[in-house]
Write a protein that binds this ligand. Structure first.
Ligand SMILES: *Cc1c(COP(=O)(O)O)cnc(C)c1O
Length: 336
């Protein structure tokens, strides 16, 4: 059996729910390559994963909510920043699957009824903006809420690290199997795959490319300063390997992840990310998001300008979604 078939078989063993449109397209961006005078660029359209405006969390939740349902849960508890794409996609998945959904979102500079928060409201999830900072305190808040819900007779499942990061890595190992097959169809073999990640997405790309012995190397641009990020990504990759029954190990040297394009902080725009967003919209009609993908594209553009690639090189940009957040950034995006 080929390595691909073995991996596909292992992935098929993991409980999942059908919530997205897969495989997502892999499409060439000739005008963007031309404008940049760069390598051949293809975009893997995880922003087109279908559910409630799509994004990389649909693929991840396929397994996290898959596990919840498998364990008999009837309620999902989640929480993060107030414009969280993860929470929006979880709320939509709960709507689709008939599960209760509780979101506890940290009050921050984008706690406005726009973008993701507006969509959360439309799904009918139970939403509270809480004065609890995003991080360990919010995680504790989520588990405390789950205890309360249990006393009310509900069967809650809390979406939280490290489990959700490990299952996210399983999801992006699966994504690599799609890219592997799409490359065969297109007759290409990418040299690099760029994305925005500081967690399961990168871990899965690293694990999948290693298992399938691919030429393509993952390079990720972090949207946020995360202490211990390399440990987090390595551990997610290795947990995914163990969930999938693989011998492959992820090591620190596999994890290329830069903080150079974050700017002043998570969710704050940089001039380079606004320029990247406008350039991709203008040259390909593809919309990036201001918090994650536009910063990763700014990184790729910078690397192209620095001469990192030849014209014959092939680079895949994994578009992780996040576009609803645009509507919470109308001022910053247009007053420049
Ligand atoms: C969550 C998210 C990411 C990061 O994904 P990880 O798997 O946590 O690294 C990147 N881009 C978008 C749009 C996201 O919503």
């Amino acid at each position: 059996m080929t390595k691909l078939n073995t991996l596909l078989q292992n992935i098929a063993q993991i409980p999942k729910v059908e919530i997205g449109h897969f495989p997502t397209p892999l499409e060439e961006c000739p005008r963007l390559s031309e404008v940049l005078g760069g390598p051949r660029i293809f975009i893997k359209r995880e922003d087109c994963s279908g559910l409630a405006f799509g994004g990389n969390k649909v693929r991840q939740l396929t397994f996290t909510i898959g596990e919840a349902v498998h364990q008999g849960a009837d309620t999902i508890v989640h929480g993060a920043a107030s414009q969280s794409n993860h929470c929006r996609q979880a709320a939509a998945a709960c709507g689709k699957l008939g599960l209760n959904c509780y979101l506890r979102l940290s009050r921050d500079h984008k706690s406005i009824l726009q973008g993701n928060l507006l969509l959360d409201n439309l799904t009918g999830a139970d939403i509270e903006i809480v004065d609890v900072p995003f991080g360990t305190e919010l995680e504790k808040h989520k588990y405390d809420l789950a205890e309360t819900l249990k006393t009310q007779g509900l069967k809650p499942y809390v979406i939280a690290s490290p489990r959700s990061t490990a299952l996210a890595a399983v999801a992006f190992t699966w994504c690599i199997t799609e890219i592997y097959q799409q490359q065969e169809q297109l007759g290409i073999e990418a040299d690099w795959i760029y994305t925005s990640s500081v967690g399961g997405t990168q871990a899965g790309l690293v694990l999948g490319t290693k298992v399938l012995d691919m030429k393509m190397k993952p390079y990720a641009c972090a949207p946020i300063h995360w202490e211990g990020k390399i440990d987090r990504i390595r551990e997610a990759g290795n947990s995914a390997a163990s969930i999938l029954n693989l011998d492959t190990q992820v090591s620190d040297s596999d994890i290329l992840n830069t903080d150079d394009y974050i700017g002043s902080g998570y969710g704050y725009l940089t001039p380079e990310c606004i320029a990247a967003l406008r350039l991709v919209a203008n040259s390909e009609g593809i919309i990036l998001d201001p918090v994650y993908t536009a910063k990763a594209m700014a990184c790729l553009i910078d690397h192209i300008k620095a001469g990192k690639f030849s014209k014959e090189d092939v680079v895949i940009f994994l578009h992780t979604g996040g576009t609803p957040a645009l509507f919470a950034y109308n001022d910053e995006l247009t007053n420049t």
